[in-house]
Design a protein around this ligand. Structure first.
Ligand SMILES: *Cc1c(COP(=O)(O)O)cnc(C)c1O
Length: 228
């Protein structure tokens, strides 16, 4: 099942890219394996999948040792500062940095690990109260500036979650807002490359608006069961 799903998602991405004149090789497909066991990760890996996304530090820790090290882990969930010590040694990318305090903590741990942690800033582009992320430009530039001065952290892009709505225009607006913010920051001398946006329900819109990293769970692994 995972194999067919992955192939379908890859085909849909390639088809969409062709339509809008983008190169599918520039798109990173992150298979969001949260709530699914390491067996599912291994199955996807055997189909050539390299990038995986997790939401919870504990779950990443549990799966990490069962999966070969040539897999790249992306931490995409809200990260509490006191959990960063579990995530930094394991994640290649942390998509959800939303405070200076968290960035500072990541640097502390990355120094001990002798690594440069790649991060994205999570931006709140919708009104939904349940969504995390930065809103204030001053805060965004402050963290971006901090990253620029520290060799143990590398700011590579921005991440957002669109509102859960059938209203396509609202979703598109949230994605285009992220793209504009990236352009604006790059105009101020930052060098952001990645736009992490688009999930199962909205990744085609996200591709149209410039996404470079898609975070897709349900379309690959199936509907999640949170009760187990
Ligand atoms: C769960 C999750 C996803 C994947 O969502 P699907 O709708 O299952 O594709 C993407 N991004 C974040 C931040 C998530 O928490």
């Amino acid at each position: 099942m995972i194999k067919e799903n992955l192939n379908r998602v890859r085909d849909e991405i390639a088809e969409k890219c062709l339509k809008i004149g983008r190169n599918p090789a520039e798109i990173t497909l992150i298979a969001v394996s949260k709530t699914y066991g390491y067996e599912s990760v291994l199955e996807a890996q055997s189909c050539g999948q390299k990038d995986f996304g997790e939401n919870w530090a504990q779950e990443l820790v549990e799966k990490y040792d069962f999966v070969p090290k040539d897999v790249s882990w992306h931490f995409i969930g809200h990260l509490q500062t006191n959990k960063a010590k579990y995530v930094v040694p394991r994640a290649e990318f942390i998509h959800s940095v939303d405070t200076l305090r968290l960035a500072e903590e990541i640097v502390k741990i990355a120094q001990k690990q002798n690594k440069s942690q790649k991060i994205l800033l999570e931006i709140k582009t919708s009104e939904e109260a349940t969504k995390h992320g930065l809103i204030c430009e001053k805060d965004i530039e402050e963290i971006a500036g901090f990253c620029k001065e520290n060799q143990n952290i590398e700011l590579v892009g921005l991440m957002t979650m669109a509102p859960f709505t059938g209203d396509e225009e609202k979703v598109r607006k949230s994605f285009s807002q992220l793209r504009l913010l990236k352009d604006e920051l790059n105009g101020k001398g930052f060098e952001l490359k990645e736009l992490s946006m688009g999930m199962t329900g909205d990744f085609k819109l996200a591709l149209e608006e410039g996404a470079t990293m898609l975070r897709i769970g349900t379309a690959i692994f199936g509907t999640r069961n949170y009760s187990t």
